[in-house]
Design a protein around this ligand. Sequence first.
Ligand code: FES
Length: 114
Amino acid sequence: MNADRPATYSPETSIVEAPPEGEVRRVQHGDTYVLLARVEGNTYAVADSCTHGKASLSQGYLDGWEIECPLHQGRFDIRTGRATASPCRHPLAVFMVKEHEGTVQIFDTKSNDN
Ligand code: FES
């Protein structure tokens, strides 16, 4: 057993530093990019790619639990992945996270996996 790896390590998880409150961070998880956002003490993880076009949501604007796309200003709820403002209609994939002492462990998609 590799002493550098936590006991829960598996290829389907990533461990990264948690973003500061009210900020977003783009991180790699396997072969995809995930947007991490910290709001009211909790970290949320959704797919970083907008479902409307070719845009990185981590370049957008975080407003409460909503992330606004930098390209056409569509919006998504980071808690559920649900599209909340046009022109976005399709939800984002949502990833389960576990927080521990300033780090976030990202697990494979838990919902909206399409
Ligand atoms: S690319 Fe995101 S709203 Fe159009």
